[in-house]
Design a protein around this ligand. Structure first.
Ligand code: NAD
Length: 409
């Protein structure tokens, strides 16, 4: 199964529940526009580097397209399509005035210098500047891209359109970015985990947590959950995992990661594999790396009481069925990691108003939006006796379908 098929499967389940007619379903799943561009740059060696960039604009019935840019060797049109559609459902679920998009460049950012990445990002922006913009499509960071790259996009876009900070989000806080954007997704994962644990009559304090992926999302989720008294017993990255059943010392781990650029080698825990991490007995398991990590076999081996999806698309439908059958609740990605796009929205609003909000206001508003959306989803799931994922998709589909009905064909 491909990523887009998996997302469409979840869409279909919810569309079935809502009794959405077939022709409307087709309208809702089909991307509005797909762009593929060749991006050619001069490498530091003097050789020519050929890369392929994508932008998939899925739906804009509720507002401009919105979604991240991923730099990864495995990103392709299918994955961008799946991630773009997830953005449509995510922005609708947390009620932002946006649609969904996603894009990226097929490259390995680890193998490119900062100068090469800058040339690549600027060339890509030059190629797609016509189809992005503050009221058309607003890119942001995702895996392999960071705040500085968003600043390159903004300055490149400005060459064509003049000063337009709202054309991209996730910029550095000191350069038209928002306070709290860097932490936003991980902070949101921690908020949603807390709300979900409360429905299970449990608390964050004393809960054990394993996190796959110690990048932006995973590391901030770890910090905020640790601050609330959770025991982070395992973390991992692309190179391997570290486990400490007594709880990892997060500040020390962060110092190690800042120096070594990986969790492996951290003296405050035992080395382990990603597979071991995913199947440990913990209260909360947070996938925060790539998509597609839970297949049927892994899902059968999982021993966590709760899964909170920090990553986009970590669960294949076959694994979702196993989790449902085994009674392991899964807080779906379109809610659990929506903190990032919520604060991106706040950044956009601040840029349009040329006004800055303080961090406390941003985190308070982010938390309020996530808590409201969580309870809406939770109550829907209880009333209709469906999974949280099905409830989340149903709420989102209903909102997008209504917007289409109001806009007309
Ligand atoms: P990142 O690049 O900062 O971090 C990714 C982490 O995953 C790194 O630690 C990397 O080493 C690790 N990783 C990569 N391959 C791995 C593997 N095979 N096994 C274990 N670990 C692996 O990316 P991020 O921004 O933290 O994004 C992580 C996930 O969260 C992605 O699925 C992304 O789409 C999703 N997400 C991110 C944001 C955001 O604001 N950054 C928002 C919503 C969703």
């Amino acid at each position: 199964m491909q990523a887009f098929e998996a997302t469409s499967h979840y869409f279909d389940q919810a569309a079935e529940l809502l009794d959405v007619p077939q022709n409307i379903r087709k309208l809702l799943v089909t991307p509005d526009r797909e762009v593929r561009v060749e991006v050619v740059i001069e490498l530091d060696s003097g050789e020519i580097g050929n890369f392929i960039g994508f932008r998939v604009q899925h739906d804009n019935s509720r507002g401009p397209f919105k979604g991240g840019l991923r730099y990864h060797p495995l990103i392709d049109q299918d994955e961008a399509r799946s991630l773009a559609s997830l953005m449509t459902w995510k922005t609708a679920l947390v009620d932002l005035p946006y649609g969904g998009a996603k894009g990226g460049i097929n490259c390995d950012p680890q193998k490119l210098s900062r100068k090469e990445l800058e040339r690549l990002t600027r060339k890509f922006t030059e190629k797609i500047h016509d189809i992005i913009g503050p009221f058309k499509d607003i890119p942001g960071p995702d895996m392999g891209t960071d705040a500085e790259m968003m600043a390159w996009i903004m300055t490149e876009y400005n060459k064509f359109e003049g000063f337009t900070p709202a054309c991209v989000t996730g910029k550095p806080a000191e350069f038209h970015g928002s306070a709290g954007r860097k932490d936003a997704t991980g902070y949101g994962v921690a908020v949603v985990a807390r709300e979900m644990l409360a429905t299970m009559k449990r608390q964050v304090r004393g809960s054990t947590v394993a996190i796959q992926g110690y990048g932006n999302v995973g590391s901030f989720a770890a910090r905020y959950l640790h601050q609330q008294g959770a025991k982070i017993v395992a973390v991992s990255d692309a190179y391997g995992a570290v486990i400490n059943t007594q709880g990892l010392e997060i500040a020390e781990l962060d110092r190690h990661v800042a120096a070594a650029r990986k969790v492996v080698g951290f003296k405050g825990g035992e080395p382990a594999t990603n597979e071991q991490l995913l199947t440990m007995p913990v209260d909360v398991l947070i996938p925060a790396a790539l998509g597609g990590v839970f297949n049927r076999e892994v899902a059968q081996a999982v021993q966590a009481r709760l899964i909170v999806e920090g990553a986009n698309g970590p669960t294949w439908p076959e694994a979702d069925e196993v989790f449902t059958a085994r009674g392991i609740p899964v807080v779906p990605d379109i809610l659990a990691n929506a903190g990032g796009v919520i604060v991106s929205y706040f950044e956009w609003v601040q840029n349009l108003q040329h006004f800055r909000w303080p961090l406390e206001q941003i985190q308070r508003e982010e938390e309020r939006k996530l808590v409201d959306a969580f309870h809406h989803m939770w109550n829907f799931a209880q009333q209709r006796r469906v999974s949280m994922r099905c409830a989340a998709f149903a709420i989102a589909i209903d909102r997008v379908a209504r917007a289409h009905a109001l806009t007309g064909l």
